[in-house]
Ligand binder design. Structure first.
Ligand code: NAD
Length: 485
């Protein structure tokens, strides 16, 4: 199968923080892969803008090393790398001062898409926005891309939105949640709204419950000081898990346009019920045989920040009334996997004598480590011996179904950056969505703070604290096994 690469318009993409970790690990190697795929018009340019005192050549050397380290493809022929590096420029800039801004303004061209990626600390967003405006670098057509975290509570998110709104319209602002750039996440919408099969069953009449799991095997590692100020709720649930929940739970938009999709997601967030504190389990990993505990990792023996969270969430609307959504995410768990499972209700009555097993259809949507879907169905066990039933997965792993080209498909960052250049905001969070998500999150975090909640501990390499199992046991349910597929 030949992959279809649709070129985008010519662009000048400025990456503020172009020497930083995110730019070197994800953004530039991703752009290189799009370049290799032939998606980047000849006249497009990427301009790194950061504090380091570099020139174009110095920046190209830095990015050549980054591509070698993080490029992730054998195709990195030196000729291709050289051609890509030719597209790179660099301006030493001070977000808080005047240095570099005139040079940047002189470098920009009028007849191409102008995009500005804020790959810097959120505390610099206001400074950048103001100077982009005052130095006339970015006008009404420019697009700006902002990274997570978008605030740490409702007030700070509102303040960020207000700051950006002083100089940019909402249709110019692209708030990234890279989970939304994953192939499977988009496929979730294709499966739901492109088939007649699922949508009639996608409601409280047929769905028993839904699980959303984002499990990591790594510790907080070197991110300890950042992580300890946020925790799993702010770092994962408020954004990534919430976005997945919205896509699973939303009504069909009347068309597949940015605002129609985001309007529906917003309705889901607004329908989320406040979560009772006993429906939440927070955890912190203990020390392992050779691994430090969470508290040792963050160098705070009294830290109360959670590295794990499991919760039961209810959505108050006609479609989902009575269907619990169980969310869990954490570090140092036994498998690295991101998965959504739609668990359908039991068959009301079995006609097969002697069959007392519980057979359930389960649609599993995997996002990590491999992207794909499978649908558990009940069939007759092959061979003699009468009607014995077994449950088997109908595997829809994309690499098998669609062919090798899946490996060449853009990763989340690449796809999202190309969407920015195309001017397509569908897979980006709107300001009101982010605020609504914080409005739901804030009282939960406030509740823990008020009562001095201390997370339960859990063994590294486990599925989290025992209480997380109890959360579902109490409802007569059980988490699906935590394993990488
Ligand atoms: P980093 O510290 O590695 O890089 C920061 C960059 O900002 C550097 O290029 C630096 O030169 C530039 N910078 C700092 N102060 C400046 C100033 N006054 N003027 C101009 N440039 C300045 O940070 P990072 O890890 O690349 O993260 C960047 C942003 O992306 C942060 O908001 C972070 O939360 C977010 N983010 C990072 C990751 C990741 O994996 N690194 C993942 C998700 C989100």
């Amino acid at each position: 199968m030949v992959s279809r690469v649709i070129p985008v318009d010519s662009f000048d993409l400025v990456i503020f923080g172009g020497t930083g970790d995110l730019a070197r690990r994800k953004i530039l190697p991703g752009l290189f892969r799009r370049f290799l795929a032939g998606q980047m018009p000849d006249t497009s340019r990427i301009i790194g803008a950061a504090r380091s005192d570099l020139d174009d050549d110095g920046y190209r050397t830095m990015i050549a090393e980054a591509i070698e380290e993080f490029g992730g493809a054998e195709k990195e022929k030196s000729e291709d790398v050289k051609a890509f590096l030719g597209r790179l420029h660099y301006v030493a800039i001070d977000a808080k001062g005047d240095g570099g801004w005139k040079e940047l303004a002189d470098l920009m061209r009028d007849d191409v898409v102008r995009a500005f990626y804020f790959s810097v600390a959120p505390s610099l967003f206001g400074d950048l926005a103001e100077r982009l405006h005052s130095y006339k670098v970015a006008g009404q057509d420019a697009r700006i891309v902002v990274e997570k975290p978008f605030g740490r509570d409702l007030d700070s998110a509102k303040a960020l939105n207000d700051t950006l709104a002083q100089h940019f319209n909402e249709d110019q602002i692209y708030r990234i949640d890279h989970y939304l750039g994953k192939e499977t996440v988009q496929n979730l919408m294709a499966v739901r709204f492109g088939n007649v099969l699922f949508e009639p069953l996608w409601n409280s009449h047929y769905v028993d419950h839904i699980e959303i799991t984002v499990a990591e095997t790594v510790s907080v590692g070197g991110r300890g000081s950042y992580y300890d100020k946020s925790g799993a709720m702010r770092d994962m649930v408020q954004n990534h898990l919430m976005q997945l929940l919205c896509l699973i739970a939303m009504e069909a938009p009347n068309e597949f346009t940015a605002d129609a999709v985001r309007d529906e997601k917003l309705k889901v967030i607004r329908a989320l019920q406040p979560v009772e504190l006993h429906h939440i389990v927070r955890g912190q990993y203990e020390a392992g045989k050779d691994t430090p505990s969470y508290r040792q990792d963050v160098e705070d023996p009294r830290s109360r920040t959670e590295s794990f969270i499991a919760m039961k969430v209810d959505i108050a609307n006609w479609r989902w009334a009575g269907v619990p959504f169980y969310l869990r995410t954490g570090k140092m768990l036994k498998a690295r996997t991101s998965e959504i499972a739609v668990v359908f209700k039991d068959l009301g009555h079995s006609i097969f004598p002697g069959d007392h097993a519980r057979h359930r259809n389960i649609l599993k949507i995997q996002l990590q480590p491999n992207e794909g879907m499978d649908l558990q169905v009940t069939i007759k066990e092959p061979g003699p011996g009468g009607m014995r039933l077994i449950d088997v997965p109908l595997d829809m792993t994309f690499a098998d179904a669609i062919g090798e080209d899946v490996e060449d498909a853009p990763d989340a960052y690449e796809r999202l950056i190309m969407d920015v250049i195309r001017g397509n905001q569908t897979l980006f969070m709107r300001g009101d969505e982010v605020e609504a998500a914080w409005a739901w999150t804030d009282p939960i975090i406030g509740g823990w703070e008020q009562r001095g909640d201390v997370p339960k501990t859990y063994e590294p390499g486990s599925a989290g604290p025992e209480d997380a199992m109890m959360l579902m046991h109490r409802d007569g349910r059980k988490w699906l096994e935590l394993r990488a597929k």
